[in-house]
Design a protein. Structure first.
Ligand SMILES: C[S@@+](CC[C@H](N)C(=O)[O-])C[C@H]1O[C@@H](n2cnc3c(N)ncnc32)[C@H](O)[C@@H]1O
Length: 354
């Protein structure tokens, strides 16, 4: 690590007053340049480092305590996980999950010093309830989901998440899942590709990039990250200093390969049903699609009525399960973004089980 690197689990930043609130309707902008192409470059850190975003805000939000039971569904490199165990000393316990076996090995090493207080399991967080019950736990006091991917995953060309270096079009968090990004790029119809780039990449010129891919396929299978990046540049044009056109293309493919939005949509209610009264759910999203999903879910679970707005009298008898802890989304401070560029698109939302 270079001298300028921030610590992997930084000292608490002033919170939450200093943490900027995002406009309620603004959501998170599609801002994936940081998590797709610029691996640690701005912080000056070596690529293998992962600096946990919104660290202090997550600790404040989850408020881990001794005796509590917590799940980190996206353990990554274990920065938040370690924080939860430290704050939950002497006997708070943590179940740390990650779909990526490489992340799981790294987190096991990092959390070994906590002995039996930490259990690390390779699992998709969509199975959160099964894994929690397999521990013999009947409920938990906090769940954290820090979505997306880690800096080390971006920095490994062989994982295919980034077009900053040449690698295979893979993009799977869990290498055991059957479909890679190359499969989608080479096998989907032009219409399905266009829909994928439009829906998951919010790319307005989705048809143009889909057509270019299908034309390129006639010359042979597309297999590398840089090949797709150059193709995106040629199809969509690229102005230096602007977001690279492949950014949205890569985001869309990653979401599709890992079923990210479906998995998140299934997991949120499962996580809530595991929470004991007073337990907290904290979710960090990095782009508007997932942040919107989280925001709507939390709104729905916090309200007493989910009847259509045109209906004059409530007939739904909806029972809220959550209370919002943060008003709107919590955003990183300028100071944090300065040392960790990934943090600029992060949006944290926290809610408490009623
Ligand atoms: C942003 S990183 C988490 C970083 C972590 N909070 C830390 O402090 O080091 C996101 C991690 O979530 C994992 N992940 C993404 N989707 C997942 C899913 N559906 N199930 C389990 N892990 C997932 C990725 O493999 C990655 O390691």
């Amino acid at each position: 690590m270079r001298a300028s690197c921030p610590p992997a689990h930084p000292a608490p930043l002033p919170v939450p007053a200093a943490a900027a609130l995002v406009d309620e309707d603004g959501g998170a902008a599609v801002d994936t340049a940081a998590d797709t192409t610029s691996v640690g470059t701005d912080s000056g850190c070596e690529d293998h480092e992962h600096v946990s975003v919104l660290y202090a805000e997550v600790m404040d939000g989850l408020a881990p305590r001794s005796g509590g039971r917590y799940v980190d569904g996206t353990a990554g490199r274990g920065g938040h996980a370690e924080g939860i165990l430290r704050r939950g000393a002497p006997d708070g316990r943590l179940l740390a999950l990650d779909a990526d076996p490489v992340a799981v090995a790294a987190v096991r090493d990092r959390l070994a010093l906590f002995g039996e207080r930490a259990v690390v399991v390779q699992s998709n967080f969509r199975l959160i309830d099964t894994v929690v019950r397999a521990q013999g736990w009947d409920g938990v006091d906090g769940v954290l989901l820090d979505l997306g991917l880690s800096s080390p995953q971006l920095a490994m060309p062989e994982r295919g998440f980034s077009f900053a270096a040449d690698g295979p079009l893979d993009m799977r968090f869990d290498p055991a899942i059957p479909t890679t990004a190359a499969d989608l790029v080479n096998d989907l119809s032009e219409e399905d590709l266009a829909r994928l780039f439009y829906e998951y990449g919010e790319e307005p010129r989705s048809r143009r990039i889909a057509r270019a891919i299908v034309e390129a396929r006639r010359r042979g299978r597309l297999s590398s990250t840089t090949e797709l990046a150059h193709l995106s540049e040629r199809a969509l044009g690229y102005t230096r200093g602007r977001t690279h056109p492949a950014t949205r293309v890569f985001q869309a493919l990653r979401i599709a390969v890992n079923g990210e939005l479906d998995v998140l949509g299934e997991t949120l209610p499962r996580a809530v049903s595991l929470l004991r009264p007073g337990g907290r759910l904290a979710v960090i999203a990095f782009h508007s699609l997932e942040d919107r999903l989280v925001k709507r879910f939390l709104q729905q679970e916090s309200t007493t009525c989910v009847c259509p707005s045109a209906q004059p009298v409530c007939t739904c008898a909806h029972q809220p399960t959550l209370r919002a802890v943060s008003r709107g989304a919590i955003k990183a401070t300028e100071a944090e973004v300065l040392v960790n560029r990934r943090a600029r698109s992060a949006r944290l939302r926290v809610a408490e089980r009623l």
